[in-house]
Ligand binder design. Structure first.
Ligand SMILES: [Zn+2]
Length: 566
């Protein structure tokens, strides 16, 4: 703790000096020219020049218009040399700093993200982690995917007992909606043969003995989540630092924590206030945190341009690839013996109505996770009832993922002003398995229905749900434009969208989803100078947008990342 306090003092000192420096220094003026500048304004204009003063944009237009300003003020001129300048990417849904957990937990992802191919690999990686962990402490891993393991099943308590019987061991499924733990882990979580399944969750069991087999679904591993997401202060700092580096290197200027506890909000707000976080954040509080903010027990004193508390987050169902998404029709290949299996709600319908109404009444914007169409139906019914009961202009409710949204549900979203935020990268990472396993070819072709939403004028956004998959906004854009799976198959040609529409989903429309479009998301006078420079224009070759490199990331007029060979 003493080290931490000293660290904090040094940080406060640095923050004060930095504030002083900014106060006495004249604002820096910069003119960007010589490459396509994507404004992402209402007309999707691509212009020749951009003028920045201090942390704000002062003008975007032709070189003829902006040269006199640059000359008069002796502005620094940045030559783009054909590279493209865009608004910095805004994370429409993710869990910052979740990807940084690889600083303290094993990465159990399979290719193309990681290297795990079989359960023995999971065991070996976790065993290596156990070697670096104090006796009795949790050994954690993230991101295993049962459908990509040779055995095509989840690791069980017996598999994980091979990692250690002296450490509790927990492995989080790639969906974030299931986890596997070893025997000591189950004991620590107080889960035994007599433990009933919690509401909205399932303790998987050996059919013969009734003993838990180690796999916990949804609310059944909430306790493990509390362990996972409450690391020590030093570990927290390592996690935040790693995630920040990853995001900045991908051109992200606003990151989101899309399900934040009160503890995470106050911790990140402190780092932000001390100037230790060079990235802007949007926090979606969970209901407990939202209540704490509403009743004054949690006050967030960070600068809202750096840490903005947005919609309250609810989770109505699970994930399709974890077989916990709640569908109106059965899964294509059911996970067990029941051919009518359609997943289940995480929040029972009546309770969802109550909770939505309650948060709306407190004045909050709502962001509700829903993947299966049965879940989306419940969410839309709850929103419709709430908005009919107490109408509010421009409430902008968000349905996070809306993966299996049907056309009739998109019509309702358009009518209610709902913003769906699509995880379109599903077509890449899980596209083949959605066709063959989870959804079957027909439903797979129209999952994450971006074109259908665009045709209805719905201002949808696009996200990677990081750490579910890596934070790569350009891969998101590529995926929305091409909808190619890992095997190269096109998953739903009819739902492809054009490059500009896809870019809006990670810039201006994402800012609008957060009620931040006055400050972020496009390159227009008065907005923050949050910028990204790419090594080429995304319009040049739409088939290879995922190969475009980020050259530089600028936040509030300050360069925060530069590619090494630049
Ligand atoms: Zn999420």
């Amino acid at each position: 703790m003493r080290i931490l306090r000293r660290l904090l003092l040094v940080a406060v000192g640095i923050a004060l000096l930095a504030a002083l420096w900014h106060a006495v220094r004249p604002p820096q003026r910069t003119l960007y020219r010589g490459g396509p500048i994507f404004t992402m304004d209402a007309e999707d204009r691509v212009v020749e020049a951009l003028a920045v003063e201090g942390d704000r944009i002062v003008a975007a237009g032709s070189e003829d218009e902006l040269w006199p300003w640059a000359t008069e003020h002796g502005a620094r001129v940045v030559e783009l040399e054909g590279r493209a300048l865009l608004p910095g990417f805004v994370d429409a849904h993710g869990h910052f700093p979740g990807s940084g957990f690889t600083a303290i937990a094993s990465d159990l992802n399979s290719p193309p993200i990681g290297e795990v191919e079989r359960i023995d690999d999971v065991v070996a990686l976790l065993a290596a982690g156990a070697g670096d962990t104090d006796p009795g402490d949790w050994v954690l891993g993230l991101g295993y995917d049962d459908t990509l393991l040779a055995e095509k099943r989840h690791p069980t308590r017996e598999d994980l007992d091979r990692v250690s019987t002296e450490h509790p061991v927990g492995a989080l499924h790639v969906s974030g909606h299931l986890a596997a733990v070893n025997s000591l882990g189950l004991e620590r979580l107080g889960i035994g043969a007599d433990t009933p399944d919690p509401e909205g969750g399932l303790i998987r069991r050996d059919p013969a003995t009734g003993e838990p087999d180690g796999v916990l679904e949804e609310t059944a591993f909430d306790e493990l989540g509390a362990v996972l997401f409450r690391p020590s202060p030093l570990d927290s700092w390592r996690i935040v630092r790693r995630a920040t580096e990853e995001y900045l290197a991908q051109g992200v200027t606003t990151a989101q924590n899309g399900f934040a506890t009160a503890e995470q909000i106050s911790g990140l707000a402190l780092l932000s206030r001390l100037g230790l976080l060079p990235l802007r954040l949007v926090m979606l509080p969970d209901e407990a945190a939202a209540d704490a903010i509403a009743d004054g027990t949690l006050s967030v004193s960070a600068d809202p341009l750096w840490l903005h508390v947005a919609a309250v987050k609810l989770v109505a169902d699970g994930s399709i690839q974890g077989y916990t998404g709640y569908l109106s029709e059965p899964y294509f290949v059911p996970p067990g013996d029941d051919p009518s299996y359609r997943g289940y709600p995480r929040i029972p319908r009546e309770q969802l109505f109550e909770r939505v109404a309650r948060q709306h009444a407190r004045g909050h914007q709502l962001a509700i996770h829903g993947n299966g169409d049965a879940s989306i139906e419940d969410i839309l019914d709850a929103l419709e009832a709430t908005l009919a009961e107490s109408p509010r202009d421009d409430a902008r409710p968000v349905i996070i993922h809306a993966q299996m949204a049907r056309d009739d549900q998109l019509d309702r979203m358009a009518a209610l002003g709902v913003i769906p935020s699509f995880f379109v990268l599903h077509t890449y990472y899980w596209g083949d398995r959605h066709r063959e396993l989870f959804m079957g070819p027909e439903r797979a072709a129209r999952m994450s229905p971006t074109r259908s939403a665009a045709e209805r004028g719905i201002p949808f956004t696009l996200h990677a749900d990081t750490p579910i998959v890596p934070m790569e906004p350009l891969r998101i854009v590529w995926s929305a434009v091409n909808r190619r799976s890992r095997s190269g198959a096109v998953i739903g040609e009819g739902e492809r969208i054009d490059v500009m529409r896809a870019l809006r989903g990670v810039t201006i429309d994402a800012a609008r989803q957060h009620f931040e479009e006055a400050d972020k998301g496009s390159l227009e006078p008065g907005k923050l100078a949050d910028l990204v420079i790419l090594d080429r224009s995304p319009l040049d070759d739409p088939a290879t947008i995922d190969e475009i490199r980020v050259v530089e990331t600028v936040i509030g007029g300050r360069s925060v990342y530069r590619a090494e060979d630049e």
